[in-house]
Design a protein around this ligand. Structure first.
Ligand code: NDP
Ligand code: MG
Length: 369
């Protein structure tokens, strides 16, 4: 029996890498469903490559229910969830609620509703397999280990395009510079998140929920080569790291193939060519968004995480439209956090209401800039 797969967001950067991995393993996988938001042409191309049975455009009415119905009717085994943004949180939750395993790239849903999604996954016996490269690294380093012996999880960060730029030059950063990531080719939202380094803050929160880890055991280090994708330090002083080329096809293959190792189409790192690996402390004065996210993580408030994530998404959209400057992003987030209620959402509908509330707060603040 082949594994029955769906890819949500098949036209994006992660989604199209997923299409390549599934295609390379067509003896193992059968594709039942592919979705895109509005890119119909890209969706049809992916359908052709994978000979997929169903396609859905999520910008169309009733797509949410159609996706869940197809997942049920076609008895899909695993969903690669590669759509971007927090507007997908309910769909992630409903797939988990439905009892379907999920290879999850969409970090915004975990940052916003991690507690609810993980609880539901436990109730339903659903596996959430991380696709974010750092979390895939931690997932791999934890294999065969006991959590009680973990003393620290360190997420590596490339540092983005501005790792060597002085903080006082941040006011001159323009959109095209911020969209040029030195190591990874990604969608525009996450590329800006990497430039502000809030991406690493979102990932700390993602790790907090995915691995049920205490906030004070989570840390970040800058590693410009993006070869070590993260590492764990154990109580006996051992450190276990996962290494690989910076290519999302590896973590996608790990998640879709689990517990088997399948073809990822990625060559291993050649240590003789690589020669050296470097590590630096992040500058939290310069990367204010990372500092904000680290503070929110330590407060361990899901409500604040939701507010921060919603404010960040609105700020990134506005920056990409040219309505705010790069260095305004942390100030919009701080203003929204100052107005945020600290009561956590009790269910996914409340979480969705909170997202909309904080998106509105952010939009108001931005309109006054
Ligand atoms: P892209 O912008 O490249 O792709 C987004 C995909 O989601 C597209 O298929 C798009 O469809 C679809 N989409 C857009 N809006 C919606 C919506 N409202 N509802 C449903 N689907 C939608 O993003 P990335 O591939 O870069 O990122 C996807 C997710 O993976 C993000 O959450 C990101 O944080 C995470 N991630 C990405 C990494 C990367 O290397 N890119 C690494 C780790 C995590 P259409 O083409 O029709 O617009
Ligand atoms: Mg990542």
């Amino acid at each position: 029996m082949k594994k029955r797969v769906a890819i949500i967001g098949a036209t994006g950067s992660v989604g199209s890498a997923g299409v390549e991995v599934v295609k390379a393993n067509s003896d193992i996988f059968e594709t039942l469903l592919l979705t895109a938001h509005s890119n119909e042409k890209g969706l049809l191309k992916a359908k052709e490559i994978l000979n997929a049975k169903h396609t859905i455009l999520t910008s169309k009415e009733n797509s949410h229910n159609d996706i869940i119905n197809i997942i049920n009717d076609e008895q899909i085994d695993i969903v690669l969830f590669a759509a971007a943004g927090v507007s997908c949180v309910k769909l992630v939750y409903d797939i988990v609620h439905n009892g379907t395993h999920i290879a999850l790239a969409n970090k915004e849903s975990i940052v916003t509703a991690g507690k609810l999604i993980i609880e539901e996954a436990k109730n339903k016996g659903v596996k959430i397999l991380p696709v974010d490269s750092e979390h895939s690294a931690i997932f791999q380093c934890l294999m065969g280990q006991r959590k009680q012996y973990v003393s620290k999880i360190t997420l590596t960060a490339s540092g983005g395009p501005f790792r060597y730029r002085p903080g006082d030059a941040f006011e001159y950063i323009n959109i095209s510079e911020a969209l040029k990531h030195p190591n990874w080719l990604m969608g525009s939202k996450i590329t800006i998140d990497s430039a502000t380094m809030i991406n690493k803050g979102l990932e700390l929160i993602e790790a907090r929920y995915l691995f049920d880890m205490e906030p004070d055991k989570l840390d970040v280090i800058i590693h410009p080569e993006s070869i070590v994708h993260s590492y764990i330090t154990f109580t006996d002083g051992s450190t276990i790291a996962q290494m690989g080329k910076p290519d999302m096809k590896t973590p996608i293959a790990v998640a879709l193939g689990y517990p088997e190792r399948i073809c990822s189409l990625v060559e291993p790192v050649d240590m003789f060519t690589q020669k050296s690996l470097t590590f630096l402390k992040p500058d939290l004065e310069k990367f204010k968004c990372l500092k904000i996210a680290m503070d929110v993580l330590q407060k361990d408030s899901n409500a604040l995480m939701t507010a921060m994530n919603a404010a960040n998404e609105e700020s990134v959209k506005s920056f990409l439209k040219g309505s705010i400057a790069f260095q305004d992003i942390p100030y919009v987030i701080e203003d929204v956090l100052a107005k945020a209620d600290i009561t956590d959402a009790q269910n996914i509908l409340e979480a969705e209401e909170n997202i909309i509330k904080y998106q509105k707060f952010a939009a108001e603040i931005i309109s006054k800039q």
